[in-house]
Design a protein around this ligand. Structure first.
Ligand SMILES: Nc1ncnc2c1ncn2[C@@H]1O[C@H](COP(=O)(O)OP(=O)(O)OP(=O)(O)O)[C@@H](O)[C@H]1O
Length: 311
């Protein structure tokens, strides 16, 4: 892959006390993509983000942001990143405008009221710019966190659990905000527990478990897998091999040849021609079955399987 905006190579993290939070992480994030990092509690998501952002140091390995090493070129790497943390830690008595303007100053960037205005308008906070943070709703406070993270015009935005605990309507609003940012050329990396969120938002999905990336795939490729269904036939007599005459079907044998598994595109009607022609073909081959059932895989199944395998 060429010229990633973030390159994480051979990163490991062992905390004091010997806990291996990240075992070996290699991950490249492409410019302009929305990347969703999925993983159960304690998988290492926040640790990984914290390392990329320079808040936690890696025990081994290297991270570059837009080509800048995040240790030897810390400032350049860090100013390219916006981080929206999980927790709401806002200054209650400050106004929206001052908080966001101050955040920009922390990065040593000269004032740019025009940029702050644009950010506040994009996040529907413009009308509230003179409000103190304590007078905002929970959803607006979350928007302020995003505004702060965008105040210094970062090229990459990390969103750690952006919609944890927010209602459905606000979640949809946040998704729209994230899409608009991506349209403006910002690369987005979000961590989430919500599989639906990853399905809805991401260009690519990564799954992390026990400090290891166990899957990285284009969402569309994953969705194709998700769209697939399986028909399992329990045969009367086990087969040693799949007959050549059935070579046109995506078939595998399971349970020592006593089950024939047919994988097909679940977006067809299940009883459609795919299955009936297969059943006719089996009949012609003299293969009989005593039972059959279908199942559809979902991202949730894939996720649960991956996480279970490594448990
Ligand atoms: N400072 C620390 N010292 C020791 N262990 C830590 C420290 N910070 C995190 N850990 C451990 O590292 C593991 C990964 O934690 P991390 O916060 O990265 O998980 P996560 O995937 O973000 O989880 P969640 O979804 O719950 O936010 C956990 O087992 C956690 O207890």
């Amino acid at each position: 892959m060429n010229d990633p905006i973030i390159a994480i190579d051979g990163v490991k993290k062992t905390f004091d006390g010997g806990f291996h939070a990240l075992k070996q992480v290699d991950l490249h994030i492409q410019r302009g993509e929305i990347f969703a990092l999925l993983g159960p509690n304690g998988a290492g998501k926040t640790t990984l983000i914290s390392i990329v952002c320079g808040l936690v140091s890696a025990s081994e390995g290297r991270v570059t942001v837009d080509g800048f090493d995040n240790v030897s070129d810390y400032r350049k790497a860090r100013e390219r990143i916006g981080l929206v943390p999980q927790e709401l830690t806002n200054e209650a008595f400050e106004t929206v405008w001052n908080t966001v303007t101050f955040s920009r100053g922390l990065f040593g960037k000269p004032p740019n009221p025009g940029h702050i205005e644009k950010v506040l308008k994009a996040l529907s906070l413009w009308e509230k710019r003179h409000n103190r943070l304590m007078t905002l709703s929970g959803g607006m406070k979350r928007r302020v966190l995003i505004a702060k993270a965008l105040s210094h015009e970062p090229r990459v935005l990390f969103l750690d659990e952006p919609t944890a605990g927010v209602d459905v309507e606000l979640r949809r609003d946040m998704w729209n905000v994230v899409r608009r940012l991506r349209d403006d050329g910002v690369t987005i990396i979000l961590t989430t527990h919500y599989i639906e969120e990853a399905e809805e938002m991401a260009d690519r999905i990564g799954v992390i478990n026990h400090g290891e990336i166990v899957l990285v795939e284009e969402k569309h490729a994953l969705m194709k897998k998700l769209g697939s269904k399986q028909l399992t036939l329990q045969l009367h007599r086990p087969l040693a091999a799949i007959p050549n005459a059935l070579g046109a079907y995506d078939l595998t044998l399971a349970a020592e040849g006593s089950e024939l598994v047919y994988t097909y595109d679940g977006r067809q009607v299940p009883e459609g021609p795919g299955i009936s022609t297969l059943l006719n073909a089996l009949n012609a081959e003299g293969i009989s079955y005593k039972d059959l059932h279908t199942r559809q895989s979902s991202l949730e199944d894939i996720f649960v399987d991956l996480v279970k395998e490594r448990a």
